[in-house]
Design a protein around this ligand. Structure first.
Ligand code: ADP
Length: 430
């Protein structure tokens, strides 16, 4: 809910309940309905006691019945359809006129039914905007002044009692209004403090992720270099088991490196500082290069990894980021396709944009999962995907990268049939 920005007591006093919030009106309706029914019930019960003698006449029974019927129509039938500011104001005016009649037909200014005006004032001042409070309270005061000229429905001036009630009503309105505005101020302050706390916690979390991933990358990179060195210089002196272990360590270390890079990108995205350096690039050779790094993964699963289209397409992009995007999409297509499947990559021109399509005939994605696919850390949980390793960050980062370079990422998928991801990039700088 939006709150008044200026936090001074005066502005809260004037602005409280100004906010257009349909829930507020529903709340008003509910409170007003309960109050009216309790008041009607109490009045009926009161007529049965010795103190309720003044109410034991046809007029007050008629007034009570009309309040009852009116409330039934107003709250039960109309409330379902409309619940807004104007309805509240009309309700306020109507119910106070009826209260005025009840007072008039009982003891006039001496009637204890005047008490209902106090209840009405509390509800109006606490739940309606300042203008409506003014209208409602002015109406009540006008009715009380009018009653001051009648006692028992007879023209007898009794203005001193009327003045006393007017003071009472004014003070009640002031108290109700102050109370409501103070509640708003407390809530606003509470919301601001909570928001600030959340922001600083989130900043701290981003910093933490960034520092951890940054620090862990150094040893992970040095492990990678060591593995490369052992593979190139000492592989002849390794047994087959040793070579296998080295290869496994390499695979796991690459996963670690990828995760650390993703975490770093994530914290950059959260901070709004994801750097991209745009330049003119030819898509075909870059797609070819990425495919060559993934060919072994595809081979292991006997997946045909095909680059389609012969047309040369240029785009404006950050080469390294583009490779990251392609690695994520083609890597996913291989990961989420069963053995013997097919993955195709194609670049084409589409007006002012270059369009890259990565399609597979793999697991496919259910409609429910499709809704969450670009959320960070979202992973599909199914029998088929549970053995596939991943962090759920790839698509989130890919989408941000594509958009950062001025393109769009989208996909089409059918469960059990396959998935096609496609993204665009501007062909020219403009
Ligand atoms: P990760 O692969 O690390 O889990 P991603 O963000 O790259 O994270 O992908 C999120 C989820 O989307 C994956 O867990 C996977 O279930 C689903 N997904 C992504 N690409 C494909 C695809 N080509 N075919 C089927 N499912 C996919």
């Amino acid at each position: 809910m939006s709150m008044p920005n200026n936090k001074s007591l005066l502005s809260s006093f004037l602005l409280t309940n100004e906010v257009e919030n349909p829930d507020k009106y529903k709340h008003f309706d509910r409170v007003a309905e309960i109050t009216v029914w309790v008041a009607v019930l109490l009045t009926v019960l009161n007529t049965l006691t010795p103190f309720g003698e003044a109410l034991r006449n046809t007029t007050s029974y008629l007034a009570l019945a009309s309040v009852g019927v009116f409330s039934l129509i107003w709250f039960r039938l109309l409330a379902r359809k409309i619940s807004d500011r104007t309805k509240n104001l009309l309700y306020t005016i109507f119910i106070n006129i009826i209260l005025g009649l009840v007072v008039f037909f009982t003891d006039g200014i001496q009637s204890y039914a005047i008490f209902f005006f106090y209840i009405s004032t509390v509800i109006i001042s606490m739940s309606t905007p300042f203008k409506h409070t003014l209208i409602g309270v002015s109406l009540i005061i006008a009715i009380i002044i009018a009653q001051g000229f009648f006692t028992d429905g007879v023209l007898t001036t009794n203005l001193s009692l009327a003045t006393l009630h007017i003071w009472g009503i004014l003070l009640t309105a002031l108290y109700g209004r102050l109370n409501a505005s103070q509640a708003v101020m407390v809530r606003t302050h509470h919301n601001e403090v909570t928001l600030e706390k959340e922001k600083s916690l989130s900043r701290l979390k981003d910093e933490f992720i960034y520092i951890i991933s940054h620090e862990l990358k150094k040893p992970a990179q040095s492990i990678e270099e060591t593995i490369k060195k052992i593979t190139s210089e000492y592989s002849t002196s390794l047994s087959t088991d040793g070579k296998d272990l080295l290869r496994l360590t390499g695979v796991n270390n690459s996963r670690l490196n990828k995760l650390l890079n993703d975490l770093q990108d994530l914290s950059r995205i959260e901070k709004g500082s994801l750097p991209v350096q745009l330049g003119d690039v030819s898509l075909r050779p870059i797609i070819g290069e990425v495919i060559s790094t993934l060919v072994l993964d595809a081979k292991e699963k006997r997946i045909a990894l095909i680059q389609r289209g012969v047309e040369e397409v240029a785009a404006t992009a950050d080469v390294d980021r583009l490779k990251e995007i392609l690695t994520n999409l083609i890597g996913n297509a291989i990961k989420y396709t069963s053995e013997g499947g097919k993955v195709m990559v194609e670049a084409s021109k589409e007006g002012k944009f270059a369009r890259v399509t990565v399609s597979d005939n793999g697991f496919g994605i259910s409609e429910e999962d499709q809704k969450h696919l670009f959320e960070k850390f979202y992973r599909v949980e199914s029998e088929k995907t549970k053995t596939v390793k991943g962090s759920g960050l790839g698509l989130f980062i890919t989408k941000q990268l594509v958009e950062k370079m001025g393109g769009q990422l989208s996909f089409k998928s059918k469960l059990g049939q396959g998935t096609t991801f496609y993204f665009t990039l501007p062909r020219y700088r403009w």
